[in-house]
Write a protein that binds this ligand. Sequence first.
Ligand code: CA
Ligand code: CA
Length: 262
Amino acid sequence: MQLAQTVSHDLQSGAGAHPRRLRRMLLVAVLASMSALLPLRSFAAADVGIAKADLPDPVAVGSNLTYTILVTNIGPDPATAIALTDLLPASTVYVSATPSQGSCMNVAGTVTCSLLSLPAGGSATVSIVVTSSVAATITNTVAVTATELDPDLANNSAMAVTTVLDPPVVTVPPASLSVCPGSNAVFSVTATGEPPLAYQWRLAGTNLAGQTSATLTINNVSNANAGSYDVVVTNSVGSTVSSAATLTVLVPTTATGRMGWG
Ligand SMILES: [Ca+2]
Ligand SMILES: [Ca+2]
């Protein structure tokens, strides 16, 4: 308004004003009045972001791996029609997808979630559970979008890398033994799984101190050693217990001194 008045004043009084200056001032005045008349067109802007965690890592083949996904709306405006897409790694089997709001579905290994709306500063979570059928390093990427203009697309996807390892499996359990007093008894176990494998032998469920190899040797067996033995095999992703083996201590038959069943 001030500008228009100035231009008007100059036009009225400006017989001596330079014509180019007058034209420029007129143009500015017209543009100023046009911008005052036109409504400002504004776009809602919402910076949605996503973060992802994987637990446990490493994880055992066949065990549940949980991806916890956090979707946030940094603002400044509310975010609407928030959509999440997660392409599950090829070697995984879908178990479940649980959103804190909205809904999720899995179609052939692609999980999509409709998370509805989030106010500026709001957040929602999605828990996706899978199992991996093979030992491998698996990578999972998740992405999020919303209706509004997103000023920062760098935070709209997140990745998780997980190591999947073979848990311990007993392939040959210890075998039951019958031995004479004073002789030695040797139990052994064969197990597979991601090394290193740790062993702990037990008698009647109680750990035997120092018996932590794949072989258990009992020297100079006495009746006190009789009982049920098993071994716990552990690695970084799991633990398993072998079937039990019985140690029977034979007793001599008093008549002949020969060994016989006790
Ligand atoms: Ca963003
Ligand atoms: Ca990880």
